[in-house]
Design a protein around this ligand. Structure first.
Ligand code: SF4
Length: 401
């Protein structure tokens, strides 16, 4: 048996953590076409009785294709879905086919530390962790008890590992993989403020840089938390803002006021060098003027602003497992193409300001020179294609994918 992570351009620098737990549990090798897409379809070179495919909402079509081509080449083999350990990663739900391999163990300290040596992308992953180009992903908790209506992570039981267990994983990753930094990729990292402070105290001696890139709750963040995070090496924190309009925050069941969010941003900015806000354009009840006001709010507070677009979920009758479908439609007042372009350009300008301020392109060049000798042939091929794609998008659209 072996496992596959299908190729995709989404979060290419973040390995599939649910799959890493499953592979570690079964001690099974992974063909990781996600982090290392080249050579393409190399899984066809391995014959196995059973192949487990870890599918997310955005790789569902690619997973079907994998099943088709693999079954054609090896008609006696079974290609099944692989789920469990995590149900959602970075807001993207895992998807199951009927009769796949499932794991029911609830998220806890009982999970193994992921053994990335089982991934065939390991050499490339480790080189990028060692140079500090990529951050090691860690999930300290899973689930979110809040009900923000646009979010795939909502209304799920919050299950947390102990601060000590998370710190042990990071110490292990530093010793074993030479990591220089990590990203907390929880759905809602700071539900328990005491656990956050304890986590900060425990990881401080490791001397790692880290970020909370998925957005944390503003109403559970305060000056003490900001201080503790900064002292423990946190250089970047993000908040789910969604909109600056009080009526929209209420309509989407955010459970926070814009005043609370603003206070959290101000506290974070006092201590943590980089502060981001995540916004959603086109939320129910939104209008062109309200979306514009959110952009102005981000500008006024001087935060890195990331904008997504609200895409209503498919209704439950269509499984509810993906974001898109024939029954989806606009949830806000539709506005003209010219106005959509204006919003897009404004959000792009906000991002661009930070890209140039951080010298991202020279940094990528330095990391590449450091990492190249360690990548191996497949890693060099993948890295070259990534660089070309990113460079091309930057030159033609003025932003990084
Ligand atoms: S608080 Fe964050 S993770 Fe939780 S439902 Fe809202 S947006 Fe999703």
């Amino acid at each position: 048996m072996f496992f596959i992570d299908p190729k995709t351009d989404v979060n290419a620098n973040v390995p599939n953590l649910g799959l890493a737990y499953a592979a570690t549990h079964h001690k099974v090798k992974v063909v990781d076409q996600h982090v290392l897409p080249y050579p393409a379809d190399r899984f066809l070179g391995i014959k196995a009785e059973t192949v487990g495919v870890s599918i997310k909402s955005f790789t569902a079509a690619e997973a079907e294709r994998i099943k088709r081509v693999y079954s054609k080449k090896y008609p006696g083999s079974k290609v099944v879905s692989l789920t469990g350990f995590l149900d959602v990663q970075c807001c993207y739900p895992y998807v199951a086919w009927d009769g796949g391999i499932e794991h029911a163990e609830p998220f806890s300290d009982n999970y193994p530390f992921p053994e990335y040596e089982l991934f065939d992308s390991f050499r490339y992953l480790r080189a990028n962790w060692e140079t500090g180009f990529w951050a090691y992903p860690v999930m300290t908790s899973q689930g979110c008890p809040y009900s923000c209506l646009f979010c795939a992570s909502r209304n799920r039981k919050w299950m947390a590992r102990s601060a000590q267990n998370c710190a042990d994983e990071l110490k292990n990753a530093k010793e074993k993989y030479g990591i220089k930094s990590f990203d907390v990729i929880d759905d809602a990292f700071n539900i328990d403020r005491k656990r956050v402070i304890e986590f900060c105290e425990l990881i401080r001696p490791l001397g790692l840089r880290w970020a909370c890139t998925n957005g944390i709750r503003a109403d559970r963040f305060d000056e003490d938390t900001a201080r503790a995070m900064k002292a423990a090496g946190c250089y970047h924190v993000g908040f789910g803002v969604e909109s600056s309009d009080p009526g929209i925050l209420e309509a989407i069941k955010k459970g926070e006021t814009i005043g609370q969010i603003e206070d959290a941003v101000v506290s974070a900015k006092r201590h943590i060098p980089m502060v981001s806000g995540f916004f959603v354009i086109g939320l129910p009840g939104s209008t062109y003027e309200k979306d514009l006001a959110s952009l102005e709010w981000a500008k006024k507070l001087g935060i890195r602003a990331h904008f997504s677009y609200f895409v209503p979920e498919m209704p439950a009758k269509n499984t509810g497992k993906t974001f898109y479908g024939p029954d989806s439609g606009p949830g806000s007042e539709p506005y003209s193409r010219e106005r959509q372009v204006k919003i897009y350009k404004m959000s792009k300008e906000l991002r661009k300001k930070f890209y140039s301020g951080e010298n991202i392109l020279p940094k990528i060049a330095v990391f590449t020179v450091r990492g190249l000798p360690k990548y191996g042939l497949n890693g060099i091929l993948t890295h070259t294609v990534h660089l070309f794609k990113r460079g091309w998008t930057y030159l033609t659209k003025g932003e990084l994918p």
